[in-house]
Design a protein around this ligand. Structure first.
Ligand code: NAD
Length: 308
């Protein structure tokens, strides 16, 4: 049965996700504060709604794809979406937001008589356009079962990670691994350079040895070994550094709130925040290798060598 879906937030991700739902035969009512985003979605079968509330009032599912938890909670509560929707509407939030905000969104939806699922994504704009996203979901079995037919239109894989907030938790834990591992790979290449090791030699060894990881094998931060990696294309994203900084910031919030001794995660969040606000603002997150190299060339070698 075709579903009426309100999609609120038609930006880089929400726009193509809405287009894929419309192409699959669903009635999609879209809304975005930016008229240009609304007009672009309307070119792809999305009906432009005059307001988010009017879209939500007619929908079986309200899908949000917004920048932060503040936007999601703001629209749910003060923005009137929860109040306007028919009882039992599924509130499907695909934005990447704080775990605490996601849990608050679930609670507010339940209090208003609705069902909620947090379902952040990985796969970027390319995955959103191709309908090959991976969803990580948090909420009840029932909410996941209701969302699954829509998730399978927008993505190739959906994992039900657990109760409210579990999708966001999985997303930030995964991206904390990724942020730390990209810095580790960048540091290893810069150390290798100083020891006279070619990029290709280090890649050939580490990518088939215990240093193997996605940051090395797929998104290799130096040009050469992996032709499709952003390093070969002037570090055009890919996965933009400001998005990595955002996700690590969310991970750092959760680390601090939980009293977790995640020293590398916190340091990675700090390094990516500086990088994204400075030289990496428009780059793929792998470009952090250039900052590591630059800082290394201006640093003084330590006196204490081997055997000292
Ligand atoms: P974006 O900035 O392109 O889109 C967000 C849209 O929300 C904008 O068009 C904005 O106008 C709209 N918006 C903001 N407030 C609104 C409101 N009150 N009412 C209606 N519309 C409103 O961002 P994006 O890249 O599409 O990312 C969306 C979410 O997906 C973020 O949480 C991001 O972290 C996450 N994400 C992005 C990527 C990516 O590669 N871009 C990958 C994975 C996850």
């Amino acid at each position: 049965m075709n579903t009426v879906i309100a999609v609120i937030g038609l930006g880089h991700m929400g726009g193509p996700m809405a287009a894929n739902l419309a192409a699959a035969g669903h009635r999609v009512l879209g809304f975005d504060l930016l008229p240009a985003s609304l007009a672009a979605a309307a070119q792809h079968g999305v009906e432009a709604a005059p307001t988010a509330v009017e879209a939500a009032a007619q929908a079986d599912v309200v899908l949000t794809m917004l920048p932060t938890g503040r936007h999601v909670l703001g629209l749910y509560q003060d923005g009137g979406l929860l109040a306007a929707a028919r009882p039992g509407t599924l509130f499907l939030d695909c934005s990447t937001i704080d775990v605490a905000d996601a849990r608050a969104a679930h609670e507010a939806a339940a209090d208003a008589g609705h069902t909620a699922l947090d379902a952040p994504v990985s796969g970027g704009v390319v995955g959103a356009e191709a309908g090959t996203l991976t969803f990580m979901a948090g909420g009840s079995e029932e909410a996941f079962a209701r969302a699954e037919p829509l998730l399978s239109v927008m993505g190739k894989k959906a994992v039900h990670c657990g109760a409210a907030g579990a999708g966001q938790a999985a997303k930030i834990c995964n991206n904390m691994i990724l942020g730390i591992s990209m810095i580790a790979v960048g540091e290893a290449f810069v150390l290798g350079e100083s020891l006279g090791l070619s990029h290709q030699a280090l890649f050939d060894v580490a990518s088939t040895a215990s240093g193997q990881c996605w940051a090395l094998s797929v998104n290799c931060p130096v040009p050469g070994p992996v032709p499709a990696s952003p390093a070969n294309h002037d570090y055009r994203p890919g996965f933009a550094a400001p998005l990595m900084a955002k996700d690590l910031g969310l991970a750092a919030n959760a680390v601090r709130a939980g009293g977790i001794q995640a020293e590398l995660g916190l340091r990675a969040a700090q390094l990516y925040a500086e990088f994204a606000e400075g030289p990496g603002a428009a780059d793929d997150f792998s470009a952090i290798v250039r900052t590591i190299r630059q800082r290394s060339s201006s640093a003084q070698p330590e006196e204490n060598g081997p055997g000292a």
